[in-house]
Design a protein around this ligand. Sequence first.
Ligand code: HEC
Length: 123
Amino acid sequence: MAVQKFRSDNMVLKTLAFSSAIFLFFACSGTSESGSYVEEETSEPMDAKSLYVLHCESCHGLDGDKGTSDAAKLSESTLDDGAIRHMILNGNDKGMMPYKDIITGKGEVNSLVDYVKSLREKK
Ligand code: HEC
């Protein structure tokens, strides 16, 4: 009787170990599919200037006075923080594209807003 009890306990343990192995397998393969993207999102936020050079310079110019493809001159812009923020996140129908799915790092949009305003002082 005692031996039988031991055996059945052992079976339970084996079954448990087996099913948690399966669970772990699926848990891991589930995250690895989108892993690289998630990693990007949670990586260190970029500084405002690098963000600007990467995403904005091509149209607005390094000093904000370029205006390629009719981009507004940021050095002459009078928008307030909220409007700049809204513009970066949502874009508009005149050629400014939305960045809400692109610039996703913690605090990145806020620092860009400050950077955009700093272009006015450079004049
Ligand atoms: C493909 C070119 C392009 C890129 C890249 C681009 N913009 Fe723009 N942006 C525009 C255009 C065009 C407008 C003007 C829209 C209008 O006339 O209302 C504009 C307008 C703006 C305005 C409003 C200025 C004002 O006074 O009306 C801000 C602020 C701005 N962009 C910031 C940015 C920032 C920050 C980035 C980078 C994250 C960026 N833009 C990237 C084309 C671009």
